[in-house]
Design a binder for this molecule. Structure first.
Ligand code: DOR
Ligand code: ZN
Length: 345
């Protein structure tokens, strides 16, 4: 039995840091485990320009603890009025690693997102020409579409056409939650990949709704049926370079989650690697963990693999029921549970 695993330091290819005091308190959790992270731009106001992204990156760097090496990779929030020249300049000067497309009103702080994806095609053409990665929140927002069907519907209504129209555009289908998304990514060319969160590997929709509403298991896209969870586990642990780690860690204070209108998002950063490796262990796929966590993402983004390593060992870890940011309570993913793997460092 493998009791200890040393791998190249992983990266988190999808993450929310927020801003201000919360950001200063959550950055150390990610910087402790990961070498880099793709930082989501859904602030208020959103990070829509190179100048805003550069300033945000500087604020994040101030929050990285002394002696820790961590690089935030910035994304541009696409809107109906994105300036393609500014985006291209930001990418060329190394400020932007990717651009993020939220369909308008799909999730937290997405009101300024894209109202008609096809209207964005001129910007996507420029991204394809300049080889800028597109990260997509893949859900339709139409009120007549059931929330559990929104990802599949997005593939059929938008993603298939987008990928066909821009065959060279590198696309990351973010935080996939369905077997339909797995199938779509596998059937697409090497320019299409996906991130998978720890929560979607651990829970199905029952965890949100059985035994009372469980707000700490609520995120978007919502967890789906068990068949979908099993498809995601197979994809993540199966060795394909098309799937890689992206926590979608999305901190919301406990009181904002435990509310009549609870926020979507799971704070996965503090025990992220322990959470993922548990899944690989359960699937007897520890030999595939380094690929998913540390190698596939850099290969897709065409960035070097981190040179240093981290070690995880088989040992019980009690995840606190509650942590604190800005002096307020926040519930981490797996809060109150005992995990079977420990992050050594
Ligand atoms: O659950 C989510 N929370 N999904 C998202 O897409 C956004 C995120 C957030 O920013 O809170
Ligand atoms: Zn997200």
């Amino acid at each position: 039995m493998t009791d200890s695993l040393t791998i190249h330091r992983p990266d988190d290819w999808h993450l929310h840091f927020r801003d201000g005091a919360i950001m200063r308190d959550v950055v150390p959790f990610t910087a402790r485990q990961f070498g880099r992270a793709i930082v989501m731009p859904n602030l208020t106001p959103p990070v829509t320009t190179t100048a805003l992204a550069a300033a945000y990156r500087d604020r994040i760097m101030v929050a990285v603890p002394e002696g820790v090496s961590f690089t935030p990779l910035m994304t541009c929030y696409l809107t109906d009025t994105t300036d393609a020249d500014d985006l291209a300049r930001g990418a060329a000067t190394g400020v932007f690693t990717a651009a993020k497309m939220y369909p308008a009103n799909a999730t937290t702080n997405s009101a300024a997102g894209v109202s008609n994806i096809e209207n964005l095609y001129p910007v996507l053409a420029r991204m394809e020409a300049d080889d800028i990665v597109l990260c997509i929140h893949g859900e339709v927002t139409d009120h007549d579409i059931d929330v559990f069907d929104r990802e599949k519907e997005f593939i059929d209504r938008h993603l298939r056409g987008l990928v066909a129209n821009f065959p060279k555009l590198r696309v990351v289908f973010e935080h996939i939650t369905t077997s339909d998304a797995v199938d779509f990514v596998l059937a697409s060319g090497p320019q299409v990949a996906a991130t998978i969160t720890p929560q979607h590997l651990h829970i199905n929709r029952n965890a949100m709704l059985v035994g009372g509403i469980q707000p700490h298991n609520y995120c978007l896209p919502v967890a789906k049926r068990e068949t979908h969870r099993l498809a995601l586990r197979k994809a993540a642990t199966g060795g394909s370079g098309k799937f890689f780690l992206g926590t979608d860690s999305a901190p919301h204070l406990k009181r904002d989650k435990e509310s009549a209108c609870g926020c979507a998002g799971i704070f996965g950063a503090p025990y992220a690697l322990e959470s993922y490796i548990t899944v690989f262990d359960e699937e007897c796929a520890l030999d595939q963990f380094e690929g998913f966590a540390s190698l596939h993402g850099p290969a897709f983004y065409r960035l070097p693999v981190n040179e240093d390593t981290v070690t995880l060992e088989r040992a019980e870890v009690a995840v606190p029921a509650c942590l604190h940011v800005t002096g307020e309570e926040i519930v981490p993913w797996h809060g109150g549970q005992v995990l079977g793997w420990r992050f050594v460092g």
